[in-house]
Design a protein. Structure first.
Length: 280
């Protein structure tokens, strides 16, 4: 049967992709960030997941303000690299597993999650940055993917608790899949940042570090956060962090071991990373 073996929380800052594409990962300002992912890459090579469920938000590529589903799940065999307005990034397209995705979609709907099913889905930096931070492509990606897009852009947004429950439902769906399939789930976005208005550039490292503590040890406390609390304490765009709760909800009930953790805040966004695996 399917089994979720691990979860990763990670930021998906678009400038990371620019630096990666330009071969500047060893520049002094960026080296600490990219180096922090090397232990995660090594760990993923050891545990060898078959599928990565990537929970992210689309920033206006496939969805926009006039039409933005609360939860959308990809159900395709291939997910092309999207053009976000400055040309296609030099990355290979991402392989899907349509049979596995359709199983997840069916089970989610039967468990009261009214998702949007996407048989065509181009992915953008919210999805791509976590992928190339965690896996090398030589030349192809070593893992199949299921994109799960969450609306953290256009109000009304799902609550933190609803995102947690989505993770629980995903776990149930994965575990009912009849084929032996090892799954890692990524919750992406954040951490603290605000990219508009009078508080442009706002960053709260204390909030970020506390969130990293609680996502491992006390996630239910995070499910009580309102959108307004997150935005006031960590900046408007920090509400993306509710997507980490989908990752953590998918690990609910299992004893966990922290594999790696990192925090780096050199500019306008707190960049966080945590990797958790189910303890045997």
């Amino acid at each position: 049967m399917g089994k979720i073996i691990a979860g990763i929380g990670t930021s998906h800052v678009p400038s990371i992709g620019v630096v990666y594409d330009q071969g500047r990962t060893q520049e002094p300002d960026w080296k600490p960030l990219f180096d922090a992912y090397e232990p995660v890459k090594d760990w993923l090579k050891e545990i060898k997941p078959d599928v990565a469920i990537v929970v992210y938000n689309d920033h206006g590529g496939d969805f926009f303000f006039d039409k933005y589903p609360t939860f959308a799940v990809g159900a395709a065999d291939i997910y092309p690299v999207g053009d976000e307005g400055w040309g296609r990034r030099p990355l290979p397209d991402f392989p899907g597993d349509a049979d596995f995705s359709w199983h997840l979609c069916n089970e989610l709907v039967y468990n009261e999650f009214d998702i949007t099913v996407c048989q065509e889905m181009a992915v953008e930096h919210g999805f791509m940055v976590p992928m190339h931070l965690c896996w090398d492509h030589d030349p192809d990606w070593p893992v199949k993917v299921v994109p799960v897009a969450v609306n953290v852009i256009q109000h009304p947004l799902p609550t933190a608790l609803r995102c947690w429950k989505l993770g629980q439902a995903l776990r149930k769906a994965v575990e009912s899949y009849p084929k032996d399939t090892k799954v890692v789930i990524l919750g992406t976005g954040g951490m603290s940042h605000q990219l508009n208005g009078a508080r442009f550039g706002y960053l709260n490292s204390d909030f970020d570090r506390d969130f990293l503590d609680k996502i491992e040890t006390d996630p239910m406390a995070l499910t009580e956060l309102t959108h307004q609390q997150i935005m006031e304490d960590a900046g408007a765009e920090a509400v993306e962090l509710i997507m980490w709760l989908t990752m953590r909800g998918a690990l609910d009930g299992a004893p966990l071991r922290q594999v790696h953790r990192n925090y780096y805040a050199p500019m306008t966004t707190g960049m966080g990373l945590i990797a958790l695996e189910e303890a045997v």
